[in-house]
Design a protein around this ligand. Structure first.
Ligand SMILES: NC(=O)c1ccc[n+]([C@@H]2O[C@H](COP(=O)([O-])OP(=O)(O)OC[C@H]3O[C@@H](n4cnc5c(N)ncnc54)[C@H](O)[C@@H]3O)[C@@H](O)[C@H]2O)c1
Length: 431
């Protein structure tokens, strides 16, 4: 099938590349000329393990093309995916300007041929957006077309696996033919397809992300209770997770969630609720808990050590999670902000996210390795659980730190072992 993917960011690039890999002919469109030029040469523009290899393979076999020519792509494709960003607006709602602009561009360029084109909304959009898009297009284009809602659930860092082996695919459309074509696109991915109306499809995405955010904030609150009452969160999580109704995933306590999706999607769902007169109290609580949890390491350090103003803190991990260079809404950013206000000297290190943080905080010190950042530091903050941080040589670290104090924001270390080596160790909900 000939498919256009408009917007070649995380979701568009992975969607386009993976659809090409399962046999479709894909043209990926973006307004960012530099991005398209790089991709055309087989250079991946995001950090996503394994993606560059699949891009190159499909460029070579000519199933994948990158272009800025939206007009040509729209004219030549049977199905058009919209995968542009829907960032958070000032009031917490999703900013739909990019999605609407693409809808207008599609309407202008769809041509006269009445092929019954399918416009697929892959971006995460508020309930009712598919109707709005239908209206925008039908104002300019009088032929037949269908709008399908097909939200994406991939996780950065494991995006290819998630796309190729999804837990489920959601297809929302009122048209039978569109449903058949959408099913055919995904035929090679063996998984359950949930067919529904557009609004339900749109809500499934927000409800899923918000539920996961709630689960994280819940376990973080329980971890904070462990800190107060002397219980151990790892055992509590294990005991809870073995209950199949609860499940083991997303019960790992830590210093808060971030990323391009959870924070904005929770906010957007709260806004959607407000719009429809339905207050979403649990979503609000999850958000509130998370805001506090992001700076829990700073609070713990102050509680243990008092004034931090003349301290040097080694900050290990800046990305919002391992295996990505994405720092959107990362806990590290909130921690840096707080530490700078308190006059702390920060020595930061991340395997790949440094450049992105530099754009926001150019004046903090960045180092090329965990050991370099830990040298002469008073305190270590572990913020992102990169694999390389799990394998650190703590005997060596004991010698190079000025004061051997560790605040582990992701509960990756064994406190007993570190204490035996002479460290003061503080996790989250671990005593
Ligand atoms: N990143 C994720 O992990 C993830 C996962 C699931 C869903 N989503 C959702 O998918 C959507 C896209 O997210 P993303 O992270 O890929 O965004 P992104 O910011 O990485 O990419 C968006 C791309 O769209 C391009 N663009 C903007 N306007 C355009 C236009 N008029 N024509 C062509 N290209 C245009 C931008 O240049 C950019 O490359 C969002 O709604 C997001 O919430 C993201």
């Amino acid at each position: 099938m000939r498919i256009a993917v408009i917007g070649t960011g995380y979701v568009g690039l992975v969607t386009g590349t993976c659809l090409a890999d399962i046999g479709h002919r894909i043209i990926c469109i973006d307004i960012d000329k530099e991005k398209i030029a790089k991709l055309g040469k087989g250079k991946c523009t995001i950090y996503e393990p394994g993606l560059e290899k699949i891009i190159r393979k499909n460029l070579k076999n000519k199933r994948l093309l990158f272009s800025t020519d939206l007009e040509k792509a729209v004219k030549e494709s049977e199905v058009i995916f919209i995968a542009v960003g829907t960032p958070q607006d000032k009031d917490g709602s999703a900013d739909l300007q990019y999605v609407k602009k693409v809808a207008e561009d599609i309407a202008k360029n769809i041509g006269n041929k009445d092929k019954g084109r399918i416009i697929v909304i892959k971006s995460t959009v508020p309930i009712g957006t598919s109707d709005e898009i239908e209206k925008i297009i039908s104002e300019k284009y009088k032929g037949t077309f269908f709008v399908a809602s097909n939200p994406e659930f991939l996780r950065e860092g494991t995006a290819i696996y998630d796309f190729m082996r999804p837990d489920r695919i959601i297809i929302g459309t009122k048209d039978k033919k569109a449903k058949e074509i959408m099913n055919a696109i995904y035929k090679k991915l063996k998984c359950e397809i949930v067919s529904t109306d557009n609004k339900s499809a749109e809500l499934i995405k927000y409800a899923s992300n918000t539920f996961l955010a709630v689960k994280i904030s819940f376990i973080n609150e329980i971890a904070n209770l462990c800190d107060q009452c002397g219980a151990t969160i790892k055992d509590v999580s294990a005991g809870m997770g073995l209950d199949k109704r609860i499940g083991k995933q997303f019960l790992h306590a830590g210093c808060g969630y971030g990323g391009s999706c959870f924070p904005k999607d929770v906010k957007s769902l709260i806004y959607i609720g407000k719009k429809f007169g339905q207050e979403l109290k649990i979503a609000k609580a999850a958000e509130e808990v998370n805001e506090k949890q992001k700076i829990i390491l700073v609070e713990k350090a102050e509680k243990e050590l008092g004034n931090l103003s003349n301290k040097t803190i080694a900050l290990l991990g800046l990305a919002f999670k391992p295996n990505t260079d994405d720092i959107r809404e990362a806990s590290s950013l909130e921690i840096i902000k707080q530490l700078l206000i308190k006059g702390v000297k920060i020595k930061a290190y991340d395997p790949i996210a440094e450049e992105n943080v530099k754009k926001i905080y150019p004046k903090i010190e960045f180092y090329n390795s965990a050991y370099e950042s830990l040298k002469n530091a008073d305190i270590m903050f572990l913020v992102t659980e990169w694999d390389e941080f799990k394998k650190l040589d703590f005997k060596k670290i004991r010698k190079i730190m000025k004061n051997p104090i560790i605040f582990d924001g992701r509960n990756v270390y064994d406190g007993k072992k570190l204490r035996a080596l002479g460290f003061k160790y503080f996790g989250i909900g671990v005593n």
